[in-house]
Write a protein that binds this ligand. Sequence first.
Ligand code: EPZ
Length: 421
Amino acid sequence: MDKILIKGGKPLKGDVAVSGAKNAALPVLAATLLGPGEHRISNIPKLMDVATIKRLLNHLGAVISDHGPDGWTVRVPDLSRCEAPYELVKTMRASVLVLGPLAARFGEARVSLPGGCAIGARPINLHLMGLEKMGAEIKIEHGYVSVKAKRLKGARIYLDMPSVTGTENLMMAATLAEGVTVIENAAREPEVADLAQFLIQCGAKITGAGTDAITIDGVESLNGSAAHRIMPDRIEAGTYLAAAAITGGDILVRGCNPRHLDAVALKLREIGVEIREEPEGLRATARDRVRAVDIKTLPYPGFPTDMQAQIMALMTLSNGLSVITETVFENRFSHVAELRRMGADIQIESRNAIIKGVRRLSGAPVMASDLRASASLVLAGLAAEGETEISRVYHLDRGYEGIERKFSNLGGEITRIGQTS
Ligand code: EPZ
């Protein structure tokens, strides 16, 4: 398995272009199952998770051609099967996003239950509750969930947690339902609005995407062909802004949408980082030592849980005491033990991490455990004195396109070493 070697201590300077958003590309690609149109989808990031959903779509009968910089054409003329097997789903929970489209277009779906992951149990009860309200018959057996419905019916669905993929799955399913569906307490993440834009190009009738109430007026079929550019990755962008802050550098993050980063920019400004909107994107310029601030993760538009590990790396070098409260996932502190190995002073009390800033971190061999925890270790390694070796970097490859290339271009001493074993 590959490792990443970092020699820290250098301020990162320059500019970096963000890639397309992983969490927008995955639902948009799943949505191609809903209709026979031929879609041109561009700005798809080159990530492990995207390769996984491509394999899954091919398995289901999609015809995909990759035109490199011009993106992909995807069409699903008909389905060769309606089952998402365990060996594919176990590597990526977001495979559950094919459930809604398959049930809506083909009346049945059989998807392996995703199982938990490093950050939590990750149940899909809200996805299933919504489909049940739309008249689907749900069965869970042998580790698979089966959904059957002659034709889904419009329903009023209240989500007691604004689940992102739950909202996306139900919005996709509702596009072909008979009648109107209203999803209340829907997730407001920009990726939901990006997916809605794609669906509307295919012929769906959706209003309210991006707000907490989404109305979908079901149609007989979605024959439209979409030409869609995946939105920029706001979490990748936030990670590079945090990199400028933690290394005392100055980075222009090109191509990001500043509106998607309001909560992150606000926190970084509180921390003492200068964040400026420029025509090409957002620039982060570190000033003095970072200030200790408290952070609570919340559903969008609150501070994103996907930036919690990265901002914690920053807080390990602050001038005081900060408390980070993780309200979205029950077990998203796996980076803490690794940061401690680098000299960080962090205590965990239930969903709170109490971080006492130290003067410096020291490089050490550490292990990645989930996508964003890995990013946090890269940031800490870039700031630490000496050498950091990060193992299990396949976690990073799931969500960060060309991370060592991008950081090297910013002056970081970071290389990937393949393992012989
Ligand atoms: C999406 O995951 C993202 N993944 C996650 O990004 C992100 O961390 C998360 O939203 C929160 O923003 C994709 O979009 C592919 P949720 P998702 O359903 O949809 C509970 C990354 O790093 N819940 O919004 O799985 C759940 O346990 C990944 O890119 C239920 O209880 O998250 C959690 O506590 C990690 N029942 C909370 O809701 C359900 O049926 C939010 O989960 C669904 C969710």
